[in-house]
Design a protein around this ligand. Structure first.
Ligand code: FES
Length: 284
């Protein structure tokens, strides 16, 4: 085959091939182009249109649906804008004024409660020892010996009490003069507990070792060793406490105080055994 014949055949083949490509492309664009519906869709649309008669279809249907939705919409009610206001600080938090008010109330209440509790505790008779309750002051034998060694007088500060000996041979007269209920077990055992406070105006009455009496420095009241009044302005003898002896222990009941014996009672007959510490001449 000559070159010219080969060239002619090649050109003819290219022309045929180009024609086939063009025909195929045109057919694809017609059948499956952008936006084209598939054959089944077109067929279904045609059948629906046939069933619905004059019902709109396609873009008409969409336009009608949009119009229906727009007609149904209602305009929202206009609401006036709310002006922002700062929150009430007292409503959401404790203000400084509230803090100080509450702190003041708390402190005042606490102070009053503490004061009341302290006052009640001070006035309440003590049950666990100390003045105002029963105070154990020691063994009877030891106390009798101590009174003798200290020349007649022993002071017990925890009971605010003077302890002295009471002569056994004076007991019958004491029962007559004081009354049986005032004569304590302690006196029966040879010991008496005298309240330190002068029955005149309340001074603490010290002992006088030289006279063996009690002699008040305030106004000169004098009492013998068992607290019977001998001179001065006091209205009676020295007050005394109930004393009991339990298992050899002497207990002074400082919550039970008896008034001192009346003026003129002198159960022991003890006179001053030496010089007085204070004058008994002062009168008030
Ligand atoms: S207080 Fe003791 S004599 Fe006046």
């Amino acid at each position: 085959m000559t070159p010219l014949a080969t060239f002619v055949i090649a050109i003819a083949a290219l022309v045929v091939l180009a024609a086939v490509v063009l025909i195929t492309s045109a057919r694809r664009s017609d059948v499956r182009g952008a936006g084209a519906l598939a054959r089944e869709t077109v067929k279904r649309d045609k059948s629906i249109k046939a069933e619905s008669g004059d019902a709109p279809a396609g873009s008409a249907y969409e336009s009608q649906a949009i119009a229906t939705r727009t007609a149904v919409l209602e305009k929202a009610t206009e609401v006036a804008p709310v002006i922002w206001q700062a929150p009430d600080q007292e409503a959401i938090d404790v203000s400084r004024r509230q803090f100080f008010n509450r702190a003041t109330i708390f402190l005042v209440t606490t102070g009053l409660a503490s004061f009341g509790a302290a006052l009640i505790a001070f006035l309440w008779p003590r049950a666990g020892g100390g003045f105002g309750s029963k105070v154990t002051v020691g063994r009877l034998d030891d106390l009798v010996a101590q009174i003798r060694s200290e020349r007649g007088f022993v002071y017990k500060p925890e009971a605010r009490t003077w302890l002295t000996s009471y002569p056994a041979d004076s007991l019958p007269k004491a029962r007559l003069s004081y009354g049986k209920q005032t004569v304590s077990t302690g006196m029966e055992s040879g010991i008496i507990a005298l309240y330190q406070k002068c029955p005149h105006l309340g001074c603490r009455v010290p002992e006088c070792k030289s006279s063996q009496w009690f002699e008040c420095p305030c106004h000169g009241s004098q009492y013998n060793r068992v607290g019977e009044k001998k001179a001065g302005p006091a209205p009676r003898g020295m007050d005394r406490f109930g004393v009991s002896v339990t298992n050899g222990n002497v207990v002074v009941d400082t919550g039970t105080r008896f008034n001192g014996p009346a003026i003129g009672i002198n159960t022991t007959g003890q006179e001053a055994e030496g010089p007085h510490c204070v004058s008994g001449e002062t009168k008030h």
